[in-house]
Design a protein around this ligand. Sequence first.
Ligand code: HEM
Length: 221
Amino acid sequence: MTEENERWSDSGEVEPADLLQHLIDAGLTDKVIRDQMLTMMIAGHDTSTALLAWVFALLGQHPETNTQLLHEVDTQEKSALLDHVIKESLRLYPPIHIGNRRIAEEMDFDGNKVPKNERLFYSIYLTHRDPEIWENAEDFCPERFAHGRKTPPMSYIPFGGGPRACIGAAFGQAEARIVMTRLLQTHTFEFTGHKVHAHMGATLEPRPGVMMKVMRRAVVS
Ligand code: HEM
């Protein structure tokens, strides 16, 4: 007998059912299951991996922050600096760099009329780097998040905004915190100092990747 969320594997062992199995068990159609899996793979996976890759790229470029962060994850239960590093990474390199909306009412924008029903794309990347909003907008400065947000509404939108904002925002940030804490506590990351540039694909990717020498740490707490 297995629990409802467990399955027999091919090798005869009991293993927990994965998301796909849950969707099949829920009796959804193949099309809905395919859509849900695509959402999880792109909205829920590629965004999170892009965020983690950028956090590593930024730590590699800012060794003093990296040292301070290592100290915090070793000595504190919850590192405030890690939160700020994640937020600042989402500001400088938002994994979803562009958003879109349909215009509900005709509006003026920068001297131009935008008609009702027009589809409009807005740049999350450029909003996050607008020097009229952000002090030293191009600089990596996690401390800017240390005293709460002081910028106007909708100026920090890594997860979009309004009723259709990202459903996984809290999950995505909690996941990044847990994964980063565990990785930093168990491994050392030696950055190779190579150049990384932002490629605007489906997500904002660090190209050609973030090369690091990864070693298991001697003492694991
Ligand atoms: C760092 C991680 C993530 C980032 C940066 C991110 C970013 C975004 C952004 C910018 C949007 C568009 C919101 C808008 O138009 O206002 C969005 C929508 C969405 N995200 Fe995320 N996301 C992340 C993680 C996740 C995760 C983990 C999940 C699922 C578990 C998820 C599921 C979704 C879904 C379903 C939507 C569409 C919501 C709707 O249209 O109502 N995302 N995300």
